[in-house]
Design a protein around this ligand. Sequence first.
Ligand code: GLV
Length: 306
Amino acid sequence: MSIAIISPGRDPKAWIAALQHHHPTLDLQIFPHIDRPEDVEMALLWQHTPGYLKNFPNLKLISSLGAGVDHILSDPAVGDELPIVRIVDQKLTWSMTNYVIMGVLNYHRQFLRYYHDQQAKVWDMTNPELPVKVGVMGVGALGGDVLDKLAGLGFDVIGFGFSEKKDFRYPYFQKDQLEEFLSQVNVLVCLLPLTPETVGVLNLSLFKKCTKGTYLINVARGKHLNETDLLIALNEGMLSGALLDVYQVEPLPLTHPFWEETRIQLTPHIASVTNPLAAAPQIIENYKRLKADLPFLNLVNRTVGY
Ligand code: GLV
């Protein structure tokens, strides 16, 4: 039985080293040099070409090389019967939470303002702290940790999600309560999974419901955000600024207006990059479970899409 690493968008070297470090005798085949496709029973995927999995007649398990599985589920050739697992990893969660905390604190303590003040040699002591109440959309492994750590720092936090959640540890709002949720916060963090229900959720109709001047942080997927609507919302004052890590098209095209928009701070999809050494053990564990016919770790629920 062999494991294929298929990550045309990511250098597989670190994954090979990490998997071999934890399991030296694994039979790995690395895209594009897969010459025994019939031996492949597990595929590790990052942005494979849709339809490519048809080459593997004996494929039994797919693992994402990241937290998201939208790049797998958007391929119509991935059969419904194939189990899909994803990475849930403390290091990945830690990095994501740190990024969001940095974004919230930067907004709260206005470091961009003071950076510009320094350039202009301006000494301005007025309003040094902006009031902050944070709403996190998506309260799974990542969103839940963001809520906990921000609450630990003393911020008021609430959560929002598309599925029902009983007895959640913070005030939790569902989709029919979106307006109420948005009216209570002025920093909005998107950590939703990308599913047919959440595509384009950050759009003008939502921005219109936001508290005036809300600050947006999108660290989920570019396809959650209608980028033209964001520019309109900034120009009309519905939003005051945004921190973005993900985009409709990546890398962000050089002609994209976001590059020039001073109210947007952007980073190149680095909020939380899976660490192969940290994630390899759970991939190997799932490979062992496949061989032993045991339930998988971090199995994706195909009905909800994450
Ligand atoms: C990164 O975007 C991931 O899904 O891990």
